[in-house]
Design a protein around this ligand. Structure first.
Ligand SMILES: Nc1ncnc2c1ncn2[C@@H]1O[C@H](COP(=O)(O)OP(=O)(O)OP(=O)(O)O)[C@@H](O)[C@H]1O
Length: 276
């Protein structure tokens, strides 16, 4: 099977492509988990991700989305193929992760959690606290700086986790269903917040999601994966400009794209259900 990459036609975009450098150059990457029965998770994926772009990966359950994300972050090694990533300078971590289970430390205060990456990078206490406080402000948690995670709601914990990822200064954020566990209203607010943070900071973001509307709302590009072994079925340019307006979802073109992507995804979901 060969990897096919094409774009759904849309109007000309003026979405800024701020930086033509590549954050990731992925070539012919496959992943097989070797065990009692081998699992061919990802097959022959090739894709270029520009620095400062926001890419959403969608695909049926079990198609290898998380595996691809983990390979981008160096948490898994490809069985075949290569992944080159943009080198980082100094002590900056090459990528910061946000997972569905927010992964903040229960024994640290919210401020200490958000400042954690800066502490690891050797940033002075004064500077890291000032930076962490500023980001707590951006995510609406300034009044909870001294609270501990158990005193926060799920959505607040996830806001802290996202602020912590942005604060590290790492040029790349890899997010695996970061909003998946939230109720619909909180999720909606967090989507708006996430896009605002990205518009402010323009890191390279790769976000795995099951929700097509979330991918269209947030992403510059949607990578649609096939049923396992996951290949890139389509790479879709999202034509909507920034700043993204909250009412974007009512735009006829948004509705049409959502439907077209669902029709393509549906085939893969059906294939993956048949094979499971
Ligand atoms: N460490 C591992 N060892 C063995 N198999 C694995 C491992 N990690 C993932 N897999 C398998 O690889 C396949 C792809 O898993 P992955 O988590 O990447 O899919 P996904 O698309 O992110 O799924 P979901 O949307 O359900 O989270 C699955 O069949 C899974 O069981």
């Amino acid at each position: 099977m060969s990897t096919s990459i094409h774009a759904i036609d849309g109007p000309a975009t003026d979405t800024p492509r701020s930086d033509p450098r590549l954050a990731f150059r992925v070539r012919n990457v496959s992943k097989v988990f070797v065990g009692q029965s081998n699992v061919h998770a990802v097959h022959d994926v090739s894709v270029d991700l520009e620095a400062g772009s926001f890419t959403c990966i969608v695909g049926p359950s079990g198609c290898g989305k998380s595996t691809l994300l983990r390979m981008l972050g160096g948490l898994e090694k490809p069985t075949l193929g290569t992944i080159e990533s943009e080198p980082t300078s100094g002590k900056l971590p090459p990528a910061a992760f946000v997972f569905q289970e927010h992964g903040i430390f229960p024994w640290l205060s919210v401020l200490e959690n958000v400042a954690f990456g800066l502490r690891m990078a050797g940033v002075s206490r004064g500077e890291r606290e000032a930076t962490a406080k500023r980001w707590l402000g951006y995510v609406g948690l300034e009044d909870f700086a001294n609270s501990y995670p158990h005193q926060l709601s799920g959505g607040m914990k996830q806001r802290a986790a996202i602020a912590r990822a942005f604060v590290t200064g790492s040029p790349t954020l890899l997010m695996d269903e970061p909003l998946g566990a939230l109720d619909a209203q909180t999720r909606r607010l967090m989507q708006e917040q996430l896009i605002e943070l990205w518009e402010r900071d323009r890191k390279t973001v790769v976000l795995v999601t099951h929700a097509i509307d979330e991918a269209l709302l947030l992403g510059d590009r949607i990578v649609l994966m096939s049923a396992r072994p996951g290949q890139i079925k389509e790479s879709i340019e999202v034509p909507f400009t920034h700043p993204r307006r909250p009412d974007l979802e009512t735009h006829p073109e948004f509705v049409d794209m959502k439907q077209a992507i669902w029709e393509s995804l549906r085939e893969e979901v059906e294939r993956s259900v048949q094979h499971s």
